[in-house]
Ligand binder design. Sequence first.
Ligand SMILES: C[S@@+](CC[C@H](N)C(=O)[O-])C[C@H]1O[C@@H](n2cnc3c(N)ncnc32)[C@H](O)[C@@H]1O
Length: 304
Amino acid sequence: MTAPVEQAEPVQHAEHAEHAEHAEHAEHVEYADTNQHYDLDPEIFGRFLDPLRKYSSALYTSETDTLAEAQEHKLRFVADRLGLRGGERLLDVGCGWGSLILFMARELGCDTLGVSPAPRQHDYIARRAAEMGVSERVRTLVGHFERLDLPERSFDAVTMLGSIVHMPDADEVFRRARAVLRRGGALYVSESCFRSDATHAEFARRAGTDFVREDIFGWGDMRPLSALVASAERAGFSIASVDDLTGHYRRTIEDWLANVDASAAELDAHAPGLAAKLRHYLEIANAGWGYTTKHYALVCKKSR
Ligand SMILES: C[S@@+](CC[C@H](N)C(=O)[O-])C[C@H]1O[C@@H](n2cnc3c(N)ncnc32)[C@H](O)[C@@H]1O
């Protein structure tokens, strides 16, 4: 398979980030040594994602919902599951191109911090935050969540949409998420999972899984839901809800695939063969829903 089509220049390394900076001064803590996919030109993602560039499952409420509408429904669903009313301190781990933090800052006046190892995502978020007039409520940090020193008990809510799949030590991730939450705070995780331990063992090393994990991303492991729940419980969380969003992710990817086809020429202008490579990845992702793979939303409470 081909190498990643484009990579960002390395940025300055630093050991710890004790203070988050405003988005326009996003602190470059360390270069993303995995997940090269997320450091491609943000305009590539603008070609096939919704206008918010949300790169995770949408939530469709009718047959006629557009992708853009369904992504907004999903963000409202996340706010609802977390019980957000407005003004909360929110940490988004794996913030992508900022869809969630920009939305929660604008719609609910939340004070948000986004974390991601991909430097180009932060530059993009800083620009969007300025355009939307929410820079004061949108800060970002470049780094791996598992290695950042964030102050304990400093957030009312933590979100992880499609990001824990890229973090090898799930116990450490849940432990850190709980540590940064205030007592009574909540963690929302939505993630793609193998359907069971047995499916994980059988499919984790198949050619299609290897292609997505290594050629597209750099690292990723879809654990079964039971493994995520066990990590959450070991960290001291109390599970508040589980929703099955599998059908919603299938439809989301169908919409992305239609957009890839509609803008194949523009995608290939970024890098020859890019449209076919994206199509191959998305088709693999959509082949297993319900059989080998599932997509869940998990809400965990720090009740004590
Ligand atoms: C599938 S994208 C989802 C982005 C966003 N949550 C959304 O819904 O649009 C996964 C995100 O996780 C980030 N990520 C990967 N490894 C990470 C890590 N160790 N710590 C924090 N973020 C990470 C990637 O850079 C990317 O932004």
